[in-house]
Design a protein around this ligand. Structure first.
Ligand SMILES: Cc1ncc(C[n+]2csc(CCOP(=O)(O)OP(=O)(O)O)c2C)c(N)n1
Ligand SMILES: [Mg+2]
Length: 340
């Protein structure tokens, strides 16, 4: 696939905002990949699982420009980019990866469990597909309380094969809940391709079983994502019930850091890197003289510095105190067996 220069259909301001956000996310992901794979003063600073979203940034960018600030996002464990897009500071995100008390989940959640209720980011969920009914539940709560918020419920192509999806789709349609279901189809669930998990390869078609309006979206294009999200959100906010988008994308790295990616070809990777959304938006900005090379370099440098600062912040922060162990988890302090 050759990189194509698209004529602008959005304002200069929007393209620059998309570029800046995607660049910040890419720098964050690249930094945590590097830190995870190395040691600092003899120890690994980021432990546990780590799943990065390099390549999928146009989804976060297009969603951010199309949704209302007080809308809600809930997603799976590949959550860093969507959390940053929803406004959680990179300091808090990096500190969470370092297991520090200043993290967005006070250092107890790690990579898979970013969370910030104030920002409308309801996680970060490690159980594949678990967030699909949770997202429908959040939408139920918003409808019940009469708010106009939409809950954007995101999941992967692997999660789309979970039974919970069908129960959630059914009830969400039946109750006309304000939810946009979004499948980030990055072609693989760990090392298993979409083609190997079902006879139905076009995941958006699952919505038709529930009469849910559903469509595929080009997830390497910020414009396409924005347009689809805006259309879906308008439909949902008018009270007509859920909408389902299958956003087709690609993860440049393996499933997690330890994945050697033996299940896919170098040609496939090269093709998708040719349509890297950051490169596409950068070319469009330069071609249309929305910014000079110098301005682009300044945005790049600012993103690099922000993430460098976030690493310093995380490094300098404290680990949670032992007394915090049972706070904010689904266990009661006075539950008998934990006292022994
Ligand atoms: C219920 C459950 N089953 C299996 C796993 C192990 N697992 C972790 S990630 C994953 C693949 C999910 O792929 P997908 O939904 O496509 O998301 P992606 O990693 O591509 O973002 C699996 C099977 C799990 N975490 N939870
Ligand atoms: Mg996947």
């Amino acid at each position: 696939m050759a990189q194509t220069i698209v004529k602008p259909t959005f304002s200069k301001k929007t393209y620059l905002e998309w570029y800046e956000l995607m660049k910040r996310i890419r720098e964050f992901e690249t930094a945590c990949y590097r830190i995870y794979s190395s040691k600092f003063e003899g120890r690994r600073e980021i432990q546990g699982f780590l799943h990065v979203s390099n390549g999928q940034e146009a989804i976060a960018a297009g969603m951010t420009s199309a949704m209302n600030k007080d809308d809600i996002v809930i997603t799976a464990y590949r959550d860093h980019g969507n959390a940053i897009a929803k406004g959680i500071s990179t300091n808090k995100c990096m500190a969470e990866l370092f297991g520090k008390v200043t993290g967005c989940t006070k250092g107890k959640g790690g990579s898979m469990h970013f969370f910030d209720k104030e920002k409308g980011f309801w996680g970060g969920h490690g159980i594949v597909g678990a967030q699909i009914p949770l997202g429908a539940g959040i939408a139920f709560s918003e409808k019940y309380r009469g708010s106009k918020k939409v809950c954007f419920t995101m999941f992967g192509d692997g999660a789309a094969r979970q039974g919970a999806l069908h129960e959630a789709f059914n009830m969400a349609m039946n109750w006309k809940l304000p939810v946009v279901f979004i499948c980030e189809n990055n072609k693989y669930a760990m090392g298993t391709s979409v083609e190997r998990t079902s006879n139905v390869h076009e995941i958006y078609k699952l919505g038709s079983a529930y009469d849910m309006p559903s469509e595929p979206v080009d997830g390497m294009s910020c414009e396409a994502v924005h347009n689809a999200i805006a259309k879906a959100a308008k439909h949902v906010r008018s009270g007509k019930g859920p909408y389902f988008l299958e956003i087709n994308t690609y993860r440049f790295h393996g499933h997690s850091i330890s994945d050697p990616k033996l299940y896919r070809t170098k040609d496939e990777e090269t093709d998708y890197k040719g349509i890297d959304p950051i490169k596409v938006v950068k070319s469009l900005i330069l071609e249309n003289k929305f910014a000079t090379e110098k301005k682009i370099k300044a945005i790049d440098a600012a993103a690099k510095q922000e993430i460098k600062d976030a690493v310093e912040f995380a490094r300098a922060s404290d680990f949670p105190d032992d007394s915090e162990l049972y706070n904010d988890v689904y266990l009661q302090k006075d539950y008998p067996f934990i006292m022994d």
